[in-house]
Ligand binder design. Structure first.
Ligand SMILES: [Zn+2]
Length: 94
């Protein structure tokens, strides 16, 4: 039985997912996804691979949260104040 992190690594090797989608696939809470991602990021580095994060973006004005602390979805756009934010999406390179 593969661990949850190994399952996440296989999923992310095959496609791009956001935290909610990962939580659905793994049958865990969305908030539990983030510490796993953090850990996976380190595991991958040790294997010469990389967790790719497509940054969150504001759906209303297109602002991307490039400089943001990486994992969680931001609450609100600093430019237009919209709360319609497309969450970060994750995949694995290498
Ligand atoms: Zn905006």
């Amino acid at each position: 039985m593969p661990t949850i992190r190994e399952q996440m690594i296989s999923l992310l090797s095959e496609g791009e997912y956001d935290a909610y989608e990962l939580s659905q696939c793994m049958r865990i809470q969305e908030r539990e996804v983030y510490p796993h991602l953090q850990h996976i990021s380190k595991t991958l580095a040790a294997r010469g691979r990389r967790l790719i994060i497509a940054p969150a973006a504001c759906i209303s004005c297109g602002f991307t949260f490039k400089n943001r602390a990486r994992f969680k979805k931001p609450g609100r756009c600093p430019i237009c104040r919209s709360e319609r934010i497309r969450p970060p999406r994750y995949s694995i390179q290498g």
